[in-house]
Design a protein around this ligand. Sequence first.
Ligand SMILES: [Zn+2]
Length: 86
Amino acid sequence: MNKQTMEVEQNQACTELLQLVIDGQATAEQHQELMKHLERCEECREEYLLSKSITDSLKNHIKPNYSPNGLANTIQSKISETASLK
Ligand SMILES: [Zn+2]
């Protein structure tokens, strides 16, 4: 029995599952399956937490800081952008 091969296959399967969940494309069932898997697979748990923290920080960076001044500037530049396109 080749244990090494089995582990690799197992790993690929859970990486795919992990990717689905991170991309938000997993079904509720797949999500649950991953959560169960994370309890016993440290590797995936670390990868999941890492990906999640990256996603979260990206969201926070994208989240615009709407100060009245900044918003006015954004609108202004959008207007001149649109105007210059005409
Ligand atoms: Zn795993």
